[in-house]
Write a protein that binds this ligand. Structure first.
Ligand SMILES: [Zn+2]
Length: 384
């Protein structure tokens, strides 16, 4: 029997929106990711089913977002609706308002809802919404380029259906919006690996943030020093993420795969490579859990296209070459870009950067093994 297909959610409409010429987030990355996946034959049936991204409905958004915030956001949707509403975090340089801003955010959110529903009902074994992963949005506030928190809205629906969900966030920034939404819940395990918030947006995600009340032990944070490389990222995955996800026994796994932890990202200081993304994708696939993959940050669009194509290829178990396909190289050449490699070359941080980062990680690990692992019946050294 052939396995159920992987669902790839995409829309030509992504390209219709713009945060502005000087904003680091470029919607162009979605089209380039899709073109690279297509050139690598990662969109072909019967293995892959393509699905147009639907718009999330207001009643779905209200499961998490406040009505007055949605009204304010919708008010900026039309053309010529300049201005700002700083109470809701709307209209500053970080979260600009632009024509279609509400439609854009509902589109990204609708894709995640669709992905979660199709994986949850078993019609797909896994799904990828590249336009999802807006992990900073709060119930009544835009933050970190995020207007609607697609993961939270979708997880709320699963929790209503009595499901247990593990949410793993690999973006270089702490997944604060998702953590906050489920801080009191023991039905949702949130794990975030990120660059330490000591001097970095959103200034949260410290190891001591572990949840509250019934949710104590169900929020997990692995803050890393700048320059942490694949060696450290892989330890965080093997020693923290995988043992906890396995012990939690979720009904569904959702991973946010922000590509800004790659070393060539212009906004962050971690030093990961695409090799880490492939390892993470292989590891998540091996859990055997129904799996929803979301996009996230990533401010070098070629990094995003390469990292997410490798994730999707790994998830589909399609062997991929080291080089970019010729058709994609031609597309890059049209834009005056010369690039050949699909995978990054191996990279390690300088010893003077690596050793402090490794020492810091070991302290984080020791704390989590001592304080949090026992709450899940785990022993120190699990995952070695
Ligand atoms: Zn990020």
């Amino acid at each position: 029997m052939t396995p159920p297909p992987g669902l790839l959610i995409y829309s030509q409409r992504f390209s219709a929106y713009s945060y502005g010429d000087f904003h680091p987030f470029k919607v162009q990355r979605y089209r380039m990711t899709f073109e690279l996946m297509r050139a690598l034959r990662l969109c072909d049936p019967p293995q892959v089913q393509m699905r147009e991204c639907p718009l999330a409905r207001e009643e779905e958004l209200l499961r998490f977002h406040r009505g007055d915030y949605l009204t304010a956001l919708a008010g900026f949707n039309g053309s010529g609706c300049g201005g700002a509403d700083f109470y809701f975090g709307l209209g500053d340089v970080e979260n600009p308002v632009f024509e279609g801003v509400y439609d854009w955010a509902r589109l990204a959110c609708g894709g995640t809802l669709e992905a979660v529903r199709r994986v949850n009902d078993g019609s797909c074994r896994l799904a990828f919404n590249m336009a999802g992963g807006w992990h900073h949005a709060q119930a009544a506030r835009a933050a970190g380029f995020s207007y609607l928190n697609d993961a939270v809205v979708a997880i709320k629906e699963l929790v209503r259906r009595r499901k247990r969900v593990a949410y793993v966030d690999l973006d270089a920034h702490h997944g604060d919006g998702v953590q906050n939404a489920f801080y009191d819940s023991n039905r949702v395990l949130t794990i975030s690996i990120h660059e330490t918030g000591r001097d970095f947006f959103p200034q949260t995600g410290m190891v001591r943030e572990m949840g509250r009340g019934k949710g104590y032990g169900y929020a997990v944070n692995v803050p890393l020093l700048p320059h942490s490389d694949d060696v450290i990222l892989e330890q965080a995955l093997r020693r923290v993420v995988l043992p906890l996800v396995t012990a939690f026994k979720p009904d569904l796994l959702i991973t946010q795969m922000g590509a800004d932890c790659l070393r060539t990202d212009p906004l962050t200081r971690l030093e990961g490579t695409t090799g880490f993304f492939e390892l993470a994708a292989r590891s998540f696939l091996r859990t055997g859990l129904p799996w929803v993959i979301l996009g996230g940050g990533g401010y070098d669009w070629l990094n995003v296209a390469r990292a997410w194509s490798l994730v999707w290829g790994t998830a589909l178990e399609v062997p991929l070459p080291d080089e970019l396909p010729e058709a994609f190289q031609d597309l890059l050449a049209e834009q005056g870009i010369r690039a050949y490699r699909l995978r990054d070359l191996p990279h390690t941080a300088l010893p003077s950067d690596f050793y402090p980062a490794q020492q810091s990680f070991e302290k984080v690990l020791e704390f989590l093994e001592r304080k949090l692992f026992p709450l899940h019946g785990l022993q120190p050294g699990e995952g070695l």
